[in-house]
Design a protein around this ligand. Structure first.
Ligand code: NAD
Length: 339
């Protein structure tokens, strides 16, 4: 079964390509390389033993996407990762985010319109904002988005639901990811931030390797066990497997229309706990300091994963130590073998 993986050379996409092959699917990758490196294709090939089909194209280009649908007519599923994802940049450049994240989605849906495709959408726990109840369930109200990036996820989910309500032949699952970290256990693929990392774990590994001087913990006066923010960190390989589970769910005859699932571990971990877990898992001491709170940060969020366990038949297996040690192995690999 051929699965189109948009953004397939990115962080989550590359790990998902590997898990698709492990599960017997045939990935076809699309990426414009705006936030990834073409050599990731060679890295994937080292893991799976062959180079998957790759189309370099910008999904915002309607003509290219129509051409893609002509050249790849026997696609049976789409996993749509391609998007811009930097929350801070989205506040500075909202139109860049609205353009990329909406045009790419709509072009793709229109190009394969009329086919009974299984479509997996990359959403985010950012749609919950600061939930009133924790752990947050899929039934919690979706807050009016905290950033243009968050807004693109919220509205994209609505676009997909409207499309299904109109009688479309697509089946759609939106996966609301919590905080993906870690890397493949081969250390051949991992997160590849361009410039200064926006997320905690790549910042930690770059500090540990000496690329950055120190980590700033943004606030230690939140109402959490140690005062730092709480997140639900999930190993990227577990996350990748959730996409396989979503495809399998949609392949069942009784699956109709649209559904949404939290993809996290169900556990909250503080920023300081992550720093100490990294030190424990790797034996490397980290240079960190406590700074002021960062504007726009949610105090604490972690997911209720009952629905994904029961209905999707998926559960995260890897723990914080696996997340830290695999991220560290990848950082060491990429520092010694730059792409
Ligand atoms: P990433 O930037 O590593 O991967 C996205 C890929 O999409 C990149 O390779 C980029 O080159 C490609 N791309 C972007 N715009 C494109 C376009 N117009 N045409 C073709 N390719 C395009 O990001 P990621 O961390 O792998 O995230 C994947 C998805 O998951 C995104 O939709 C993101 O919003 C979502 N998500 C990520 C996180 C996270 O913390 N990483 C959390 C929640 C949701």
């Amino acid at each position: 079964m051929k699965i189109l993986v948009t953004g397939g050379l990115g962080f989550i996409g590359s790990h998902t390509v590997v898990e698709l092959v492990n599960a017997g699917y045939e990935p076809v990758i699309v990426d414009d390389l705006s936030n990834s490196d073409p050599k990731i294709l060679d890295q994937i090939a080292k893991i799976i033993g062959y180079k998957p089909v790759f189309h370099k194209l910008d999904l915002c280009n309607e003509h290219s996407v129509k051409e893609l649908a002509v050249n790849e007519p026997d696609i049976e599923g789409i996993i749509h990762f391609a998007a811009y994802k930097a929350v801070g940049e989205s506040v500075q450049k909202p139109l860049k985010y609205y353009r990329n994240n909406f045009y790419s989605l709509i072009n793709l849906l229109e190009a394969y319109h009329g086919k009974a495709l299984n479509f997996v959408f990359s959403s985010s726990c950012t749609v919950y904002g600061q939930p009133e109840q924790l752990p947050v369930t899929e039934a919690a109200p979706v807050q009016s988005a905290q950033s243009p990036y968050g807004n693109t996820k919220q509205i994209a989910e609505e676009i997909l639901q409207d499309m299904i309500a109109s009688g479309s032949d697509y089946k759609v699952v939106s996966l609301r990811y919590f905080n993906p970290v870690g890397a493949h256990d081969s250390a051949l693929i991992g997160e590849l931030p361009i410039g200064v990392p926006q997320n905690l774990v790549p910042f930690i590994t770059q500090t540990a390797i000496g690329k950055r001087q120190k980590i700033t913990v943004f606030g230690d006066d939140y109402n959490t066990p140690d005062g730092s923010c709480v997140r639900d960190y999930i190993h990227v390989v577990d996350l990748a497997k959730a996409h396989v589970a979503a495809l399998k769910l949609m392949q069942k005859d009784n699956f109709k229309g649209y559904d949404v699932f939290n993809i996290g571990t169900g556990n909250g971990t503080t920023v300081l706990q992550i720093i100490h877990a990294f030190e424990r898992a790797t034996g490397v001491k980290l240079n960190y300091e406590i700074g002021p709170r960062r504007g726009g940060d949610v105090e604490q969020v972690w997911g209720d994963v009952t629905k994904s366990t029961n209905k999707l038949g998926w559960k995260a297996k890897l723990g914080i130590d696996d997340m830290m040690s695999s991220a560290w192995e990848w950082e060491k690999y990429i520092s010694q073998n730059p792409l």
